[in-house]
Design a protein around this ligand. Structure first.
Ligand code: FES
Length: 123
């Protein structure tokens, strides 16, 4: 049901964990399944210098958290906020249709973190 890439990111998640020194965090939850994700960003010269995450969720939520950090790291804030759930799913070689909503969490979590950063909200 899951692609090899999803399984790889689930088994070996990249950039996992809360950043010690972050500038903003985006918290999002899925009201349907109750899963919750936090995306932490460290910004330097308008670029995402570092990014980490904590996710209490399903395998797809873990894999998409991991993948969005790889897609966003080093990007400008404007580039990073354009990452869509489809970009994340494509980078994972697809998600099962019933799991597409899980990739919303990662895309929305990053957008929320960037929005909080721009508004000067750290927590
Ligand atoms: Fe909740 Fe995947 S089932 S995010």
């Amino acid at each position: 049901m899951y692609s090899q890439k999803v399984i790889d990111h689930f088994m070996n998640p990249r950039n996992k964990g809360k950043l010690k020194d972050y500038d903003a965090v985006g918290k999002v939850g899925n009201p349907v399944c109750g899963d919750v994700m936090y995306i932490y960003i460290k910004v330097k010269d308008n670029r995402i210098e570092d990014i980490g995450w904590e996710t209490m969720g399903c395998a797809a939520a873990i894999a998409t958290s991991s993948m969005i950090t790889e897609l966003a790291k080093g990007k400008t804030l404007e580039e990073a906020e354009k990452i869509t759930k489809k970009d994340i799913a494509d980078a994972l070689d697809g998600l099962p249709p019933i799991k597409m909503h899980c990739s919303n969490l990662a895309a929305d979590g990053l957008k929320k973190a960037i929005e909080n950063y721009k508004n000067g909200v750290k927590k």
